[in-house]
Design a binder for this molecule. Structure first.
Ligand SMILES: C[S@@+](CC[C@H](N)C(=O)[O-])C[C@H]1O[C@@H](n2cnc3c(N)ncnc32)[C@H](O)[C@@H]1O
Length: 212
C-alpha cells in the first residue's frame, strides 16, 4: 500500500470510502469527547470527508492531513472556500479561517507544524494502513498530539477472507497500539448491513480513547 496506490485511487475516482454526508457515527458519538464549543480537532488521512464541514459548522477548528493533493483541492472546492497555499518542506499547507489541511504524508507532519489539538477523529485512517504501518502511525499520533483524546472508527472482520483496505483492527490490536497512552472504551458496535464487498460480514466499532 504505497503512496501511488492512494494517488491512483483519487485520480481514478475510486473512492467508495467517501460518504456523501457527515458520518452518523460522528454525530452520535462526538459528544462523548466532551469538548468545548471551539475545540481544535485533528483529522488524520482526512480525504475530502464531509465530516470536516460538519465540525466547522459546529464552531470547531479542523486540521487535516491527506496524501492526495487532488483530494485536498476537491475538499476546499466542495466547501466553497479558497485556501491560502504555502509549501512547507514535503508538505503543502492549505489554509482558510478555521481549516488547515496539510497535503502530504502524515509521517512528515511534526508537532510544531500541527500545533496543539484538543482531540483526534480517526475515521478510515488507522484501518486504511497495513499492519506494519499501523503501529508506527499510532505511536506517531500519540507523539504529535501529546495523547489528545481520540474518537476512532474501526472495522472488525475475518482478514483471511478479504484484502484491505479497509483492514480489520480488532480490539486487542487497538489496545496494543494505544493501551499504554490511553484508557480505551467501546462506545458502540454494529453489523454493516451490506457486509464488506459482499464477501464477509463486517462490524463497525466506535472507540473513545482518553489520556491516562
Ligand atoms: C480510506 S481513505 C479515508 C478518508 C477519510 N478519512 C474519509 O473518511 O473519507 C484513506 C485516506 O488516507 C490517505 N492516506 C493514505 N496514506 C496516507 C499517509 N501516509 N499520509 C496521509 N494520507 C494518507 C488516502 O489518500 C486516503 O484519502
Amino acid at each position: 500500500m504505497d503512496e501511488q496506490f492512494w494517488h491512483r485511487k483519487w485520480r481514478n475516482n475510486e473512492i467508495a470510502f467517501h460518504r456523501a454526508d457527515a458520518n452518523p457515527l460522528l454525530l452520535r458519538h462526538f459528544p462523548a469527547l466532551g469538548l468545548g464549543s471551539d475545540a481544535r480537532l485533528l483529522l488524520p488521512l482526512c480525504g475530502k470527508t464531509r465530516d470536516i464541514g460538519w465540525l466547522l459548522a459546529q464552531g470547531h477548528e479542523v486540521v487535516g492531513v491527506e496524501l492526495s493533493e487532488l483530494a485536498v483541492e476537491q475538499l476546499f472546492s466542495e466547501l466553497g472556500v479558497t485556501p491560502v497555499i504555502t509549501d512547507e518542506g514535503t508538505l503543502r499547507r492549505f489554509e482558510t479561517d478555521r481549516l488547515t489541511v496539510f497535503a502530504g504524508n502524515v509521517f512528515d507532519l511534526d508537532r510544531h507544524r500541527l500545533g496543539e489539538v484538543d482531540a483526534v477523529y480517526d475515521r478510515a485512517a488507522l484501518v486504511a494502513l497495513p499492519e506494519p504501518l499501523r503501529e508506527r502511525y499510532a505511536g506517531h499520533l500519540v507523539h504529535l498530539t501529546h495523547a489528545a483524546p481520540q474518537l476512532i472508527v474501526t472495522f472488525e472482520y475475518d482478514q483471511a477472507l478479504v484484502m484491505g483496505p479497509p483492514f480489520a483492527v480488532p480490539e486487542a490490536e487497538l489496545r496494543r497500539h494505544y493501551g499504554a497512552a490511553y484508557r480505551v472504551a467501546c462506545l458502540g458496535r454494529h453489523e454493516v448491513k451490506e457486509g464488506l464487498r459482499g464477501v464477509t460480514p463486517v462490524a463497525e466499532a466506535v472507540w473513545r480513547l482518553e489520556r491516562r
